[in-house]
Design a protein around this ligand. Structure first.
Ligand SMILES: Cc1cc2nc3c(=O)[nH]c(=O)nc-3n(C[C@H](O)[C@H](O)[C@H](O)COP(=O)(O)O)c2cc1C
Length: 188
């Protein structure tokens, strides 16, 4: 089903820090499952989400480089954590820390991908927003290769890769971390 792309309003949706937005896709990124909170926050009915490509939520402020890195990790069988700004159906947005996981069949082949999302804390958004807008600016003026090269340079200086950087910045800790791990186990 094709859905016309919403126009961003610049308004942020406040997420409940205690709830998780969960979705599952096939290997091409087509949504096969979403929990109730996913529908509530995105503003799409379950029937609109199931079968749709996950880029239905793509916000134009998200650099291509981040999704490129994400897919590179997943396709090579590695989980990854990323900070993502998503676009709801009414054009409002919400920032999430997302844990992308791989689900394999008994033969070890990748069957599905899972995404577990939580509200991104304010300090995480404050740290990420200027980096993403720089990457976007580079992509507008040059291309994605140039923005990836910039990101690599930025992270090299910190002696980290993107995944380590995000884990250190945004990995849920304490009680929230425990709930997060427990909830992920339920889907394992
Ligand atoms: C499990 C899973 C969850 C995803 N969740 C999101 C998401 O919340 N928001 C988003 O913009 N893209 C998400 N993506 C990535 C999209 O599939 C897509 O690559 C991205 O939106 C960029 O769109 P484009 O490839 O059309 O440029 C997800 C992919 C997978 C595999």
């Amino acid at each position: 089903m094709s859905v016309s792309r919403p126009i961003p309003t610049g308004k942020e949706i406040k997420l409940d820090a205690k709830r998780f937005i969960v979705s599952k896709t096939d290997t091409a990124g087509k949504i096969v499952y979403g929990n109730d909170y996913f529908s509530d926050i995105s503003g799409y009915k379950e029937s609109e989400l199931i079968g749709a490509p996950h880029n239905i939520l793509r916000h134009p402020d998200m650099p291509k480089a981040i999704f490129y890195l994400m897919w590179q990790h997943l396709k090579s069988g590695r989980n990854i954590m990323a900070v993502v700004k998503n676009l709801a159906k009414n054009g409002d947005h919400y920032w999430v820390v997302t844990d992308f996981d791989i689900k394999r069949d008994q033969a070890g082949n990748i069957r599905h991908y899972l995404a577990f999302r939580q509200a991104a804390p304010k300090h995480v958004v404050a740290a990420i927003e200027p980096i993403y807008s720089k990457l976007l600016e580079i992509e507008d003026e040059h291309d994605m290769d140039a923005s990836i090269a910039y990101l690599e340079g930025y992270l090299e200086e910190k002696r980290m890769n993107y995944d380590q950087f995000i884990e250190e910045l945004a990995k849920p800790k304490g009680l929230t971390g425990m709930f997060f791990a427990k909830m992920k186990k339920m889907f394992a």
